[in-house]
Design a protein around this ligand. Structure first.
Ligand code: DGJ
Length: 699
C-alpha cells in the first residue's frame, strides 16, 4: 500500500478523484470537476503548517471519525462500552470496479469496519456516496453521528451557498448566503425533510459574483427522514460540507455483526452555474423515474380547493363535467371521501367510502366520472389516524406514543408507527383493497403531521429502536409495493404541500406536490426554487383562483395557466363559478399544453432570470426535436428597467444554435438563433398581458 494511491471515477462530463492521504489513514479529495481536472497538482492541497491542529483536521477528508479528527468536525462519532469514545482506524483496502469504488477502514479496538462507497450513475453526472458501518467486535457500538459523506470545495474568498427554504405554503424559496468563516447548518427533526429546508445545497466560490456562470457543486440527500447538511468554511481556503441522517434519539445502536448503511448522497458538478446544475438534477431525476418517465402525465382536475371536506357525489360530478369539457383527463377526489371525515377531526384510518356522500354507491360514482372520459384518482393519507376512528379503537398500540406522556395532536390527528410490520401490512392491505375494488388510476399520498412523541409502548426505550429509519423503511416498502403490485397507478407524493420531497420519494412516485400555495406570484417563486433541484416532469401544479399569501398582486388566468404548464398541469379552481369565457380560455390552454408537454417533461430546462426581475421565464429545449418552449412572466414592472417604457422586455434564450432560424409557431415571426441568444425574445407586456407561452420551431 503506497500513500499516493488515487482512484478516479468518471461520469459523462466530470471526474472525481480520491486519494489516500500522504499524512494518515484517510481518504481525501484530490480533484472534482470537468473530465481531466485530476491531471495536475491537487487544488485542494492544504497548507502543511498545521500548527495547533492535526493534519487530519486540515485535510479535505472524504470521511473522518472523531478520534482521528479531533478538532474540526467529524463525520462519524462512535461510543463503545469499555473503551474511550472515538475511532482510530487503518486503511484496509480498496476495490474499484467499472462504476464504483469501495474504500475500507478498520478499527480493531472499537470493532468497527467503515466502508466509503462511491457509484457513478450512467447517463448522468451524478456520483452517489454512502458509508457502510459494520460492528466487527463483540460489543455493541453507539453511533452518535454517522454522516453519508463529506464534500470539499476549494474557494478563494468564502463560499456562496444556495439552498431552498420556507415554511408550509412557501416551500423552495431560493436563498443564498456567503460563508467566509464558521458553520452553516440546516436540516429537519420532523421525521420528514420538512418545509423549512430542502435536503439540497449548491456551493460556489463567493469570489465569482455571477451565480449563473460560476462553477457549481451540488449535493442532495436521498432520505425522507431526519437529516442535516452542515457547511464549514475552513481556514485553509475550502468549504467542507457534511450531510447525513440525524439519529433522533441521539444515537443508533449497532449490535455485533450488524451493518448500518447510510442514506445515499448524490453529488454533481456543473461548470455552468446554478442553471447548469439544475439540468444535471433534472437528468438524474428522469433516470430515477425509469420507464415511467415515458408515461404521459395526464391533465388532472382536483376538487380540494373547490369543495374541501364537503365531498358529495352530485357536486363532484358537476365539477367533473366541466373539467372534462375543458380538456382535463383525470378527476381526483381529495380529502373527505371516506367515513367520518366531515372535517379534519375524524375519519383517518377508516378508509371506506362514505355512503352518505355517495348515495348511489362509490362504484357508480366512479363509473359516472369515467363515463365523462376522465380517469379516476383518489387521495389517501396512509400514515395518519384520527383519535376517534375505529382503527384507533382497535389498535391504539399502532400509534407513536410514550407511556405516561400526552399524545399530542397536530391537525387533530395522530401518526401510525409505520416502522411496525403489522402497520405496514395494514396500509398495504388497505391500498390493495381500494385499488383492487375500484378502477383508481391515480393515488395522491398525503402526510399532514410529523411525529412528536416517538415511542413504541412495550418495546423498550426509543433509543434502542431507531424509529426514524423504521418509519422511512415502512414508507418506502409501501411505495415499492404500490409500484410493483399496481404498476398502472400514477402516484403523487405530498406532505401538507412539499414537506417530503427528496430522491427516495421521487424514485417511487410519479409526481410530487411542491406546495399548497397555488397563488400566481407566490407559486412563481416556489416553482423557480423547486426547478433548481427537481425536474419539471415531477412538478405537479394546479391552476386555482387562490389569492396571493405573500405577494397578493393579481395576475391573469393566462399567467396561472402558463405557470402550471411549467410542470405537470392540473386544475384546482371551482370550475362551477367560471363563466363561459374563462372556460373557453382554459380549454385553449389545456389543448396547447397537450401539444407541448413532451418538450416540458423531457427537454433541457433553462431558468431565465429570477422572479425578482420584471420579466423571467423557463425555457425547455427539445433535445430530439426542433421545438423550444418558452414560458415567460411579467412579475410587475412594465418598463422592464433599465429599458425605456413601451420597449418590449426581452428574455435572452440559451442553448440555441446561433446559425439556425427559429419560427414563432403562433405569430409566424422568424428570429435568428444569434438574435435570440444575444438580444432575446421580445415580450410586449401590458396590465392584462402578463404571461406568454412561445413555441419556437427550428427551421
Ligand atoms: C394537504 C395537501 O397538501 C392538500 O393538497 C390537500 O390534499 C389537503 N392536505 C387535504 O387534507
Amino acid at each position: 500500500m503506497t500513500s499516493c494511491e488515487r482512484w478516479t471515477l468518471r461520469t459523462e462530463h466530470t471526474s472525481y478523484t480520491v486519494r489516500l492521504s500522504p499524512d494518515g489513514p484517510w481518504a481525501e479529495l484530490d480533484a472534482w470537476g470537468p473530465l481531466g481536472v485530476e491531471d495536475g497538482p491537487s487544488a485542494l492541497d492544504w497548507s502543511r503548517r498545521t500548527h495547533f491542529i492535526t493534519p487530519a483536521d486540515a485535510a479535505p477528508a472524504e470521511y473522518l471519525p472523531q478520534g482521528l479528527r479531533p478538532f474540526t468536525g467529524a463525520d462519524l462519532v462512535v461510543g463503545h462500552s469499555g473503551h474511550e469514545r472515538g475511532v482510530w482506524w487503518e486503511f484496509a483496502g480498496a476495490e474499484q470496479h467499472a462504476d464504483g469504488l469501495r474504500l475500507a477502514f478498520t478499527d480493531h479496538v472499537a470493532g468497527l469496519r467503515t466502508t466509503l462507497c462511491y457509484a457513478t450513475v450512467p447517463g448522468t453526472d451524478v456520483i452517489l456516496r454512502w458509508t457502510e458501518l459494520t460492528c466487527t467486535g463483540d460489543g455493541e457500538l453507539r453511533l452518535e453521528r454517522f454522516d453519508s459523506g463529506a464534500v470539499n470545495v476549494p474557494v478563494t474568498s468564502g463560499a456562496r451557498l444556495t439552498y431552498l427554504t420556507g415554511q408550509w405554503s412557501q416551500e423552495f424559496t431560493r436563498t443564498q448566503l456567503d460563508l467566509k468563516r464558521g458553520t452553516f447548518t440546516m436540516g429537519s427533526v420532523q421525521g420528514v425533510p420538512g418545509h423549512a429546508y430542502a435536503p439540497w445545497l449548491a456551493i460556489q466560490d463567493a469570489a465569482l459574483p455571477d451565480d449563473s456562470t460560476a462553477p457549481t457543486y451540488g449535493i442532495a440527500l436521498e432520505w425522507p427522514g431526519d437529516w442535516h447538511m452542515t457547511a464549514e468554511a475552513e481556514p485553509g481556503g475550502s468549504v467542507r460540507v457534511r450531510a447525513g441522517r440525524i439519529p433522533h434519539e441521539g444515537a443508533v445502536l449497532l449490535a455485533a455483526g450488524e451493518t448500518l448503511v447510510t442514506p445515499r448522497l448524490a453529488c454533481a458538478f456543473s461548470p455552468d452555474g446554478l442553471d447548469g446544475l439544475s439540468r444535471l438534477w433534472h437528468r438524474y431525476e428522469r433516470r430515477l423515474s425509469g420507464a415511467r418517465l415515458q408515461r404521459p402525465r395526464k391533465v388532472l382536475y382536483n376538487s380540494w380547493e373547490a369543495t374541501g371536506f364537503d365531498v358529495e357525489a352530485a357536486a363532484q360530478l358537476e365539477l367533473a363535467k366541466v373539467a372534462a369539457d375543458i380538456g382535463a383527463e383525470l378527476f381526483v377526489v381529495d380529502d373527505g371521501w371516506f367515513t367520518g371525515r366531515a372535517d379534519d377531526t375524524g375519519g383517518l384510518g377508516d378508509w371506506y367510502p362514505d355512503p352518505a356522500k355517495f348515495p348511489q354507491g362509490f362504484g357508480r360514482f366512479i363509473d359516472d366520472v369515467r363515463a365523462l372520459g376522465l380517469g379516476f384518482g383518489l387521495w389517501v393519507e396512509p400514515e395518519a389516524i384520527s383519535p376517534d376512528s375505529r382503527l384507533h379503537a382497535e389498535h391504539p398500540d399502532w400509534v407513536y406514543r410514550m407511556e405516561g406522556r400526552p399524545a399530542r395532536l397536530i391537525r387533530n390527528q395522530l401518526l401510525l408507527d409505520l416502522g411496525r410490520t403489522d402497520v405496514q401490512d395494514f396500509v398495504i392491505g388497505t391500498l390493495d383493497r381500494l385499488l383492487g375494488e375500484h378502477p383508481v388510476e391515480y393515488l395522491k399520498w398525503d402526510m399532514n403531521r410529523p411525529p412528536t412523541e416517538r415511542g413504541r409502548p412495550g418495546a423498550g426505550p426509543a433509543d434502542r429502536l431507531d424509529l426514524d429509519s423504521g418509519h422511512v423503511a415502512g414508507y418506502l416498502r409501501v411505495l415499492d409495493h404500490l409500484r410493483a403490485a399496481h404498476p398502472g397507478v400514477t402516484v403523487e407524493g405530498c406532505a401538507g404541500g412539499g414537506g417530503r420531497i427528496e430522491h427516495a420519494t421521487i424514485a417511487r412516485t410519479d409526481v410530487v406536490w411542491p406546495s399548497d400555495n397555488t397563488a400566481p406570484l407566490d407559486r412563481l417563486s416556489i416553482q423557480y426554487g423547486f426547478l433548481h433541484a427537481h425536474a419539471p416532469h415531477v412538478m405537479s401544479s394546479w391552476v386555482t383562483d387562490a389569492p396571493g399569501v405573500f405577494d397578493p398582486r393579481p395576475r391573469s388566468l393566462a399567467f396561472r395557466f402558463v405557470l402550471a404548464m411549467c410542470g405537470v398541469l392540473g386544475v384546482g379552481a371551482d370550475l362551477r363559478s367560471w363563466n363561459s369565457t374563462q372556460r373557453a380560455e382554459a380549454a385553449r390552454w389545456i389543448a396547447r399544453y397537450k401539444e407541448i408537454r413532451d418538450v416540458v417533461h423531457h427537454g433541457e430546462t433553462h431558468l431565465l432570470g429570477t422572479p425578482e426581475d420584471p420579466t423571467c421565464g423557463v425555457q425547455y429545449l427539445d433535445t430530439d426535436g426542433p421545438r423550444t418552449v418558452v414560458a415567460a412572466f411579467s412579475t410587475g414592472r412594465l418598463d422592464g428597467a433599465p429599458l425605456v417604457p413601451g420597449r418590449p422586455a426581452r428574455l435572452r434564450l440559451r442553448g440555441l444554435d446561433p446559425a439556425a432560424r427559429y419560427r414563432d409557431e403562433e405569430t409566424g415571426t422568424f428570429y435568428g438563433g444569434a438574435h435570440l441568444l444575444h438580444y432575446g425574445l421580445p415580450f410586449a407586456w401590458s396590465a392584462d398581458h402578463d404571461a406568454q407561452l412561445v413555441v419556437l420551431a427550428r427551421r
